[in-house]
Design a protein around this ligand. Sequence first.
Ligand SMILES: NC(=O)c1ccc[n+]([C@@H]2O[C@H](COP(=O)([O-])OP(=O)(O)OC[C@H]3O[C@@H](n4cnc5c(N)ncnc54)[C@H](OP(=O)(O)O)[C@@H]3O)[C@@H](O)[C@H]2O)c1
Length: 299
Amino acid sequence: MRAVVQHGTGGPDVLEVEERPEPTRNPGEVLIRTEAIGVPFYETQMRAGLIPAGPAPAVFGHEAAGIVVEADDPSLPGKRVVTMSYTGGAYAEFVAASQYTLVPDAIPPVEAVAAAVPASMALALMDAADVKAGETVLVEAASGAIGGYLAQLAGQKGAHVVKTAGKGKADIDHDDPDWRQRVPDGIDVVFESIGGPRAGELTAKLAPHGRILAYGLLSGELPAFPVAGLIGRGLTLIGFGGPDAYGKRVSAVRAEALGLVADGTLTPVLDRTYPLADVAAAHARVESREGAGKVVLVP
Ligand SMILES: NC(=O)c1ccc[n+]([C@@H]2O[C@H](COP(=O)([O-])OP(=O)(O)OC[C@H]3O[C@@H](n4cnc5c(N)ncnc54)[C@H](OP(=O)(O)O)[C@@H]3O)[C@@H](O)[C@H]2O)c1
């Protein structure tokens, strides 16, 4: 099969398209013929060596949608599923997966992969934040996939949504180093994905009993929050991430997210598709920060 192999860390050219053996499926896993592969921002950071990746050389990538070709359950072959692997292997024509979610017939594979992981993440974050109608919500990086779904979900809850993104893409330009000073006072919920030493400045913008959901490090640095800034006004800091954040609910939340796309409640947040062979261009597109939404590879 054709697969994208990471050779060390560096620019997009450390990703090479090669012939590799198809993965073998362990009991309990499904073997998927991929149709669409997601390229989230953190993968560009892994490729560049800014955040840890597995040992190289190895088939890169984490998110894929495709058709089941082998499974223990004889009713699964032929069905479309979406998967997210924490151990890589998704940038390929076939991937073996232990965790997967069925995709409703109405959703094509590109839209499925553009929605399943980021929209389920947004649903779980909304749940953890307990956003209520009338509250004011700050969505950082609303031009991204998770941010795009958060903005839709918070708006549908009846919240007032303040968004940050690159210049000209949202209310607040988050490339201005002082952007946090431009956030209005009285924010009830911050969805914090940029991180860095100045993230703590947002605590001053929170209303009493405000909540910060910290879940990303788009700047490349973990967020820093002064505990003293939380005490006194009953602020809550919630960290969110990794498989344990979902517990056993991950497939149920992914199915809920896909259901909301299928019934038109959520609009897929999609930037562009690239052929698998153009993986370097796809990574360059994500790093260019010229688009908005998910970049997807098509094998
Ligand atoms: N905790 C978890 O379990 C978990 C799971 C998945 C993802 N995440 C994290 O969630 C975050 C968002 O992921 P995503 O998949 O939604 O991303 P994405 O769709 O790939 O979008 C990337 C976004 O990052 C913004 N961005 C890039 N560099 C930035 C910088 N230096 N400062 C501020 N914004 C920057 C871009 O905004 P502009 O181009 O408009 O500037 C764009 O909105 C990432 O940090 C990722 O690691 C966490």
